[in-house]
Design a protein around this ligand. Structure first.
Ligand code: AMP
Length: 214
């Protein structure tokens, strides 16, 4: 049976990095609601402006809008088999909606927690930079680019920082995670569908641990 692999972890836990590796190396599509919203907010529509405002505050987009987007994305051809959800579900309502979607698509849900202590998360998020051309992710503390603030692969390109990666917004995002998303761990645990990887340490070591579970 095809799987919906749900990566759960606080902002900065490395879900995106790991999902990207799984997708590159195992060919399982990575579906990131955060990336999709960042793409959507670029257009000039009332919905885009609403999304932009909510995201800038560090809070969550409504469950309805998010579900519509996930439904549309997972109905595409590349999501016919297994796929990875990175950043979804994030609330109890979204988790229930995903149960329905999984049933409709004939897939089973496997949740994996990427666990990182809070003190580490702050550093990871506020230090995060990325290349606007290729999406390569750096960190000024733990994985700095070779030269100044430019991408190693695109030396003419200045690295960018997400608007919601400053200290104040990061605090809101971590609180939102604790309040709304963390309870999902119990939800998946109680139905025997939760596994856990230690999200501290080297990216490759974490990947190895994760790949064994999948
Ligand atoms: P991320 O890149 O996963 O940290 O997501 C960035 C922002 O996008 C979040 O702070 C939310 O505003 C929004 N977002 C991403 N995924 C969801 C979701 N599943 N439900 C609601 N809002 C989301």
């Amino acid at each position: 049976m095809s799987k919906i692999i749900v990566l759960i972890g606080a902002p900065g836990a490395g879900k995106g990095t790991q999902a990207r590796l799984l997708s590159e190396r195992r060919g399982i599509p990575q579906i990131s609601t955060g990336d999709m919203f960042r793409e959507m907010k670029k257009s000039d529509t009332p919905l885009a402006r609403e999304i932009q405002e909510i995201m800038a505050s560090g809070k969550l987009i409504t469950d309805e809008i998010t579900l519509e987007m996930v439904k549309e994305r997972t109905s595409r051809d590349d999501a016919k088999g297994s796929y990875i959800l990175d950043g979804y579900p994030r609330t109890a309502v979204q988790a229930e909606q995903l149960e329905v979607l999984a049933k409709e698509q004939g897939k089973e849900i496997q949740a994996v927690e990427v666990d990182v202590p809070k003190v580490e998360l702050m550093k990871r998020l506020t230090g995060r930079r990325s290349c606007p051309v290729c999406g390569e992710i750096y960190n000024i503390y733990s994985k700095p680019p070779k030269n100044g603030n430019v991408c190693d692969l695109h030396p003419d390109t200045e690295l960018g920082q997400r608007a919601d990666d400053n200290e104040e917004k990061v605090k809101v995002r971590l609180e939102t995670y604790d309040e709304l998303t963390k309870p999902l761990l119990d939800y998946y645990e109680s139905s025997g569908r939760l596994q856990k990887v230690d999200g501290t340490g080297e990216v490759e070591a974490i990947y190895e641990e994760l790949e064994k579970l999948i």
